[in-house]
Design a protein around this ligand. Structure first.
Ligand code: C5P
Length: 405
């Protein structure tokens, strides 16, 4: 992805006279390098024609769950996953109520319910509708759930009354959105992080796994997001609450993690593999629970796909960062892995000695072609922020070398 690209913005348009202002919003978003997919509700199409939005966004507008051609091109679940963020402008009182209750009776409401990415809404309605306790309660509850409410502005309304309820000007909506996206050294980049352990099923109740808690991976995802990146987190099973990321994909096994990473890796700028992926999985998963027997039993294991090495082998590979947990000869093994897996950077730590798995603090030795540094013992989040700082630096350096070639 080009560094100036702001990612994929799904613009939802609901029924209201302010819908005409959204045409300008879409034009501004496209000018600022957003990929834009417009989804309109049935009543929005009564105010502005889908053709207007199609011409401005460069994509066919989606209006219905039952649109066979649209669904065949990209199903609604896939569309919700495609988006880095959803921006509903204008958001009618009816739509806010729907969103708050979790109704999914049209395409836009369904997408909002499926999506795990940040959701922004720019309300627009008559001042009495806005002030009504029902609308205010909906807005409060949506805010508590992390939905960002933009506006509304005060002023003269289309109905002739004056008060709060006007949709914010497209320029104001754009600048609120961009203020959030311009946070740090990874602004505008796409980062994919794998985290946690994997579970390899033996039978319906047993599995092989490891002691990874997912803390380091979640801290890396959070630090990347704080640095302004659009983050996709692919996580194995953990008990932790994941950080707010753009896209969250939950998986169980190494095979599922491989599939998820390969599905979403295209267009990523940076890939950071913090997951403790099981190296072996049972050849067969028994259909039924294996019964106890007096004699010993054999479990045949097969190698799992190496996700990190597969990403690093891609023709258009992202800047690829691996982790190495070792119990000895840290620097030697890490350097070997850097070369063998064709990585741009590797972060290595000694496990045991009160650091590594299932602990709060960690220390890392970081290696890249031609350099290394030590990040001293600190909390995993502090460490992740320092690591992300280094990643941003090396990523920038690699890009400027490539550009001067
Ligand atoms: O070779 P080793 O397992 O020590 O490499 C560790 C690194 O490779 C970690 O970054 C881990 O996330 C990644 N890895 C992977 N897929 C595997 C095994 C390891 O992505 N199957």
């Amino acid at each position: 992805m080009n560094r100036s690209c702001r990612g994929r913005t799904l613009v939802g348009v609901t029924g209201g006279i302010a819908a005409y202002k959204s045409a300008e919003l879409v034009r501004l978003l496209r000018r600022r390098d957003h990929e834009v997919q417009v989804v309109m509700t049935e009543s929005a199409t009564r105010f502005v024609s889908p053709l207007t939005f199609q011409a401005l966004s460069g994509r066919t507008v989606r209006t219905s769950l039952w649109d066979e051609a649209g669904e065949a091109a990209m199903g609604h679940i896939e569309l919700a996953r495609w988006a880095d963020r959803i921006l509903v402008a204008p958001a009618s009182a009816d739509f806010l109520a729907k969103l708050n209750t979790g109704l999914a009776d049209d395409l836009l409401a369904t997408l909002c319910l499926v999506a795990e990415c940040p959701l922004w809404v720019a309300p627009a309605m008559n001042r009495s509708m806005w002030r009504h306790p029902a609308t205010q309660a909906n807005v409060k509850s949506l805010q508590l759930r992390g939905v960002k409410i933009l506006g509304p502005a005060e002023g003269e309304q289309a109905c002739g009354e004056t008060g709060p309820g006007r949709m914010l000007a497209p320029e104001e909506i754009l600048s609120s959105l961009e203020a959030e996206l311009q946070a740090g050294p990874l602004q505008g980049t796409r980062v994919m992080v794998t985290a946690g352990p994997t579970r390899e099923a033996i039978d319906p109740v047993r599995y092989i796994s490891n002691r990874s808690s997912g803390k380091m991976g979640y801290a890396v995802a959070q630090a990347a997001r704080e640095a302004g990146a659009v983050v996709t987190l692919v996580t194995g099973p953990t008990v932790l609450t994941p950080p707010q990321v753009t896209k969250l994909v939950r998986v169980e096994s190494a095979g599922e993690m491989y599939e998820a990473v390969m599905k979403w890796v295209e267009g990523q700028d940076i890939f950071i593999a913090t997951a403790a992926v099981a190296d072996y999985a049972p050849v067969e998963k028994e259909k039924n629970k294996i019964k106890k027997k007096p004699e010993t039993i054999q479990l045949e294991l097969t190698r799992t796909p190496d996700i990190l090495a597969s990403v690093a082998a891609l023709e258009n590979k992202p800047f690829t960062v691996g982790f190495a947990a070792e119990t000895r000869s840290l620097a030697q093994y890490a350097r070997e892995k850097l070369v063998r897996k064709n990585l741009d950077m590797i972060a290595a730590n000694i496990v045991g000695e009160k650091q590594g798995f299932e602990v709060e603090d960690n220390a890392l030795d970081v290696f890249w072609p031609g350099g290394e540094t030590h990040l001293s013992l600190s909390s995993k989040l502090t460490l992740a922020r320092r690591l992300i700082g280094l990643v941003a630096e090396r990523y920038e350096a690699r890009n400027s070398t490539e550009n001067t070639r």
